[in-house]
Design a protein around this ligand. Structure first.
Ligand code: UDP
Length: 249
């Protein structure tokens, strides 16, 4: 399997790879075997809008090994721009799939972030679901740079292979870009709300809503504070529409 050298497409300048869930797990397996530090980001339209204005975040996504298409706003935009993607890959599905494969392979997982206690709960849910899964550490910590040193040491000492970081974007992705190599973990993934879902502290949209492309709406209704983050979405739609017009000129 070869990772295309260039992303499948750019949406408003932000790279997106056409990689399925199964392929993302296969990449993780290869990177765990080979060593090195590889970063995955789960990119949704809010990421794209943030990265347009934040050069640090944009550089982090540019350098990430995989920018996975999370969010229906990404897959719809890709189709509209004439470069359809095969699948949407949500952070929570990736976390589950990595745990399933990792349990069989003996990978060592570390869960960083989410509110205190949540990562521990997510770990016990996943170890019950995938017997043999090794979660070698969990820590809520904080994405603040002042706390990086001791947090990096914790992950290092646990000798983790896979590091899932749940601080939301851009904090989780910037944290990984700065620290993944120092932690010794081979694969780092910014997973957003995945630990909240797995721990059961935030309910996930029912399957029919996910299939209908309405997960964002469910999240907005359950967590109304999200309007602040989601208010960029109408502008996102407009800019994607304009992008196609620009491409045709
Ligand atoms: N979070 C955290 N510390 C922070 C900010 C966020 O632990 O300073 C956690 C929060 O508890 C949640 C995750 O980061 O578990 C972010 O989830 P969100 O649903 O906002 O991410 P998204 O999937 O929307 O990127």
């Amino acid at each position: 399997m070869e990772l295309p050298v260039s992303p499948a497409l750019r949406i408003l300048g932000i790279p997106i790879h056409d990689v399925t869930l199964e392929e993302a797990v296969a990449w993780a397996a290869r990177w765990v075997a080979e060593g090195g530090a590889h970063q995955m980001a789960t990119v949704n339209p809010e990421f794209v809008m943030m990265a347009r204005r934040d050069p640090t975040f944009r550089a982090v996504l540019e350098r990430a090994d995989l920018c996975l298409p999370d969010g229906v706003g990404i897959t719809l935009a890709a189709r509209y721009l004439g470069r359809p993607l095969r699948e949407r890959v949500a952070g929570v599905d990736l976390a589950e799939a990595l745990a399933a494969r990792g349990a069989a392979e003996g990978w060592r997982f570390f869960f960083l972030g989410a509110a205190p206690g949540v990562a521990e709960r997510a770990a016990s849910v996943l170890t019950a679901r995938y017997p043999g899964l090794r979660v070698v550490g969990t820590y809520a910590g904080s994405p603040r740079p002042e706390e990086e040193g001791p947090m990096v040491r914790r992950v290092q000492e646990a000798r983790a292979d896979i590091l899932l970081v749940a601080y939301g974007a851009p904090a989780q992705d910037v944290w990984l870009a700065r620290n993944l190599a120092r932690t010794g973990a081979k694969v780092g993934v910014g997973v957003g709300g995945a630990l909240d879902y797995i721990a059961g502290v935030v309910p996930r949209a029912p399957r029919w809503m996910r299939r209908a492309g309405l997960e964002w709406l469910y999240r907005l209704v359950r967590q109304p504070w999200r309007w602040r983050r989601q208010r960029v979405l109408p502008l996102y739609v407009l800019l994607v529409l304009l992008e196609r017009v620009k491409e045709r000129i």
